[in-house]
Design a protein around this ligand. Structure first.
Ligand SMILES: [Zn+2]
Ligand SMILES: [Zn+2]
Length: 282
């Protein structure tokens, strides 16, 4: 299992989109391994390069800057929940991803994703869905979230260092751990060998799983491609919005799929994709 989490690619890189637009011919080799993970079945790394997805990501970046919305259809252009304003507020920015795919009849198809939720929603037209059934997620998550909020209010009202306050803390922790387990059980990962597994199948039941596991752009895109009978060719991810608190994510920069949350999943998710690649003709 250690092989999953071992750092196999330490060369972190990022690249300013604006600089790239000035000098588009630059394409360091490192980009060819911007998305990869170790597959225990094949005992090798599977990977996906930036390829053509890079230019499509630049297009998406420009679109987001110009339109100031993530709406991908004319009738939702003015939907406030899709506005990019919030990405420049205290809530900060977000990763966006583009996946170049080929259909079984050899046509190119582009898939788009945002990391996590957008303004509290898992779904938006023109963007791939998460790795679980959103209705089931809500049924499980929402009542417990409300309970957790109530307990948080009670914690705020209880005297400091009191036993009631400690109990509230314990209850809240127990509830959120249980909720996290139940939510993780909803995630289904699909690969290009028509296999489906859960986080527990892949990572075991004892390994602690980071918050947001499976919610980044790359897993969403690859999972959706596998489910839709598409074969991935290239992938690009960039950050859009106010820099994150640790300053590790900056507006307008490309980043490889992350090592903490994505790499443990990518070996499985990419398995079988390389066998299916044919040159596309349309
Ligand atoms: Zn990630
Ligand atoms: Zn494999």
């Amino acid at each position: 299992m250690k092989s999953y989490i071992k750092t196999m690619y330490s060369r972190a890189y990022s690249d300013s989109i604006r600089e790239t637009m000035k000098n588009r011919t630059t394409r360091p080799d490192a980009y060819d391994h911007n998305c990869f993970g170790y597959c225990t079945r094949c005992q090798t790394n599977h990977s996906l390069g930036l390829g053509n997805a890079r230019n499509k990501a630049l297009e998406l970046f420009r679109e987001l800057e110009q339109n100031k919305t993530i709406a991908r259809s004319d009738n939702t252009l003015h939907e406030p929940l899709l506005s990019t304003d919030k990405l420049f507020s205290e809530a900060r920015g977000k990763m966006f991803g583009v996946l170049e795919c080929v259909t079984p009849d050899n046509c190119t198809r582009w898939l788009y994703s945002f990391s996590g939720q957008y303004n509290g929603s898992w779904l938006a037209d023109g963007w791939v869905p998460p790795l679980f059934d959103v209705d089931v997620f809500r049924r499980i998550n929402d009542p417990v979230e409300r309970q957790i909020k109530t307990i948080s209010r009670e914690i705020g009202q209880a005297p400091t260092m009191s036993s009631s306050r400690l109990n509230f803390h314990k209850n809240r922790k127990k509830l959120s751990q249980k909720l996290m387990q139940e939510i993780h059980a909803l995630y289904k990962l699909h690969n290009f060998r028509d296999e489906t597994i859960t986080f527990t199948d892949l990572l075991g039941s004892t390994m602690s799983k980071p918050t947001g596991l499976g919610d980044c752009c790359a897993p969403k895109l690859l999972n959706y491609a596998a489910l839709s009978g598409l074969t991935p060719l290239s992938l690009a991810e960039f950050y859009f919005g106010r820099n994150n608190r640790s300053q590790s994510r900056n507006h307008g920069q490309f980043y490889p799929a992350c090592s903490e949350k994505c790499r443990p999943l990518l070996g499985f998710l990419l398995c079988g994709a390389d066998k299916k690649i044919k040159r596309h003709v349309c």
